[in-house]
Design a protein around this ligand. Structure first.
Ligand code: GTP
Ligand code: MG
Length: 356
């Protein structure tokens, strides 16, 4: 059978046109995906979405700590500052997890300063107490230049469940909003679910995740991730680590090794070692900080779950006893609920019912 060449050419042209039409349109979809999805949501849904992602404020997140600390102080100073009130104040500070050492120091300073300045009225005493507590936070607030190195490598450490992986997700969100490129490194190779959790945050933020199989050597996963970030010209590497291994000694050895191996990259990594502490664990957070510092020296703290606790007073103890900056605080579970620590905003939020 012979085929008419004109007909054959006609058919081929038609096929090319159909293919171009179908695939050309398909390739456009990713560009338009976000815009295309939006009009389909109703206005109410869009408003709800905005409300749902409204970030928690220091004031709202610290409601429980505020009622624990400052509501009790409200009536306390009405009788001046005598031995009985000193004891009551001590009990209030300790129950807010300000800690024994810091509480002693605060009481002594309050006594000395109020005598020296002749302050006896309730408002004056309260203002002085607020000032003294705020002074414990002088080393707590610090800003880090994360543009000095490319990549800037942030290592997250801390016991299981404190919020390391969640904080990485929140930080990825934060850095992206600041137009930085981010790469996540799955250094928790102990649990299969840990890699999945990090990948979920990666997908949510649209950032790459470097991971290997469960049981892989954590230090080499993180080393590879940093090499990859270097090659890609990525701004920020956020490295996750395990919170629990077979035992505590193994965990500490692994962290020590991670520090050593990353050092071999010759880029000064890790540039930040953030020890994540759950504010709700109160004084336990202090012993954790001591333990971890033996394996790898943290450069700063992240205090999570301040929203769910009445033990916000731990901030004063941590800051004074470690002299380490509190880099970030977690005020909720959403991607937006991470703040750089702001000492003034923190003190104001704790005392806002009683102070000016
Ligand atoms: N309310 C509140 N919950 C938080 C905050 N940060 C983390 N969480 C929750 O704490 C739980 C544990 O968080 P993860 O990020 O998995 O903790 P992790 O330190 O990575 O734990 P491991 O991987 O087991 O070592 C999760 O349910 C988080 O949603 C916070 O600031 N506020
Ligand atoms: Mg984790």
């Amino acid at each position: 059978m012979t085929v008419d060449p004109v007909l054959l050419i006609g058919v081929l042209v038609l096929v090319v046109l159909v293919v171009w039409f179908v695939f050309g349109r398909k390739n456009k979809v990713p560009d338009d995906a976000t815009q295309a999805a939006k009009p389909s949501a109703s206005v109410t849904e869009q408003v709800r979405a905005t409300e749902a992602s409204e970030p928690a404020s220091f004031f709202s997140a610290l409601a429980r700590s505020r009622s624990q600390l400052s509501t009790s102080l409200k009536t306390l100073f009405s009788g001046g500052f005598d031995e009985e009130i000193r004891e009551d104040l001590e009990a209030i500070l300790l129950s807010s997890d300000v800690g024994v050492d810091t509480t002693d120091w605060v009481l002594e300073t309050l006594e000395a300063r109020s005598k020296q300045d002749g302050i006896t009225d309730a408002d004056g005493l309260l203002r002085l107490l607020k000032e003294i507590l705020a002074s414990t936070l002088s080393a707590a607030e610090v800003r880090v230049d994360d543009s000095a190195n490319k990549p800037h490598v942030v290592l997250m450490i801390g016991v299981n469940g404190v919020g390391k992986t969640t904080t990485i997700g929140k930080l990825a969100h934060r850095y992206q909003a600041a137009n930085k490129t981010v790469l996540l490194a799955a250094g928790d190779t102990f649990r299969a679910a840990a890699v999945e959790q990090l990948k979920t945050w990666g997908d949510r933020n649209g950032v790459p995740v470097i991971a290997q199989e469960t049981g892989a050597d954590s230090a080499s996963v993180l080393f590879d991730a940093c090499e990859s970030a270097k090659a890609r010209g990525t701004d920020i590497v956020l490295a996750d680590t395990a919170g629990r291994l077979q035992n505590k000694a193994n965990l500490m050895n692994e962290l020590e090794k991670i520090g050593r191996v990353l050092g071999k990259l010759g880029i000064g990594a890790p540039h930040e070692v953030l020890l994540v502490l759950d504010a709700g664990t109160g004084q336990n957070a202090i012993s954790q900080a001591r333990e971890f510092a033996k394996a790898i020296q943290p450069t700063g703290l992240v205090l999570t779950k301040l929203d769910g606790t009445a033990k916000g007073g731990i901030v004063f103890a941590l800051s004074r006893e470690f002299g380490l900056p509190i880099r970030y605080v977690g005020l909720g579970e959403k991607a937006e609920d991470l703040r750089e620590f702001d000492a003034t905003a923190f003190v104001d939020a704790i005392f806002s019912e009683t102070a000016e």
